[in-house]
Design a protein around this ligand. Structure first.
Ligand SMILES: [Zn+2]
Ligand SMILES: [Zn+2]
Length: 141
């Protein structure tokens, strides 16, 4: 495990890829990354279930974004959302949310998911599968 110190914070470098392996990346994450499980209808329809995404710091990920396909649409409150996915296997890789001006990485693409120990559930009250009952869904990181 490689550790980096940037802006007095410690980062961990991780690698990841899509299913087919065309998209490969390295990413610098906080020791305790900010992970969100999103239960919203938008994410549900995109991949057929809930998604787990990691909020990225600026310039944290190294990949060739031009090699990804992009689907742009308006989210709630007319915010632009850009979904970047692999052109070949269609695995979702990154989502850009204009409202927060942030990129989010699909957590499952990491080769090693062992550092993802905490997650915040969002849009749980609005929309969640009844079989997916979560206690303390309002816990914050
Ligand atoms: Zn792929
Ligand atoms: Zn969502």
């Amino acid at each position: 495990m490689r550790l980096y110190i940037m802006s007095e914070k410690i980062f961990v470098q991780k690698t990841g890829s899509c299913i087919c392996g065309k998209v490969k990346f390295t990413v610098k994450l906080d020791e305790i990354p900010r992970v969100f499980n999103c239960h919203c209808e938008d994410c549900r329809k995109k991949i057929g279930g809930i998604i787990s995404i990691i909020e990225l710091r600026e310039n944290a990920i190294d990949l060739k974004i031009d090699e990804l396909s992009v689907y742009e649409h308006n989210g709630g409150s007319n915010n632009k959302i850009k979904k970047h996915f692999c052109k070949i296997c269609a695995a979702p890789v990154l989502t850009y949310v204009q409202k927060w001006d942030k990129f989010y990485l699909y957590a499952g693409l990491l080769d090693d998911i062992s550092i993802l120990k905490k997650a915040i559930n969002i849009f749980y009250e609005d929309s969640h599968f009844p079989f997916m009952e979560i206690q303390n869904s309002k816990l914050k990181l």
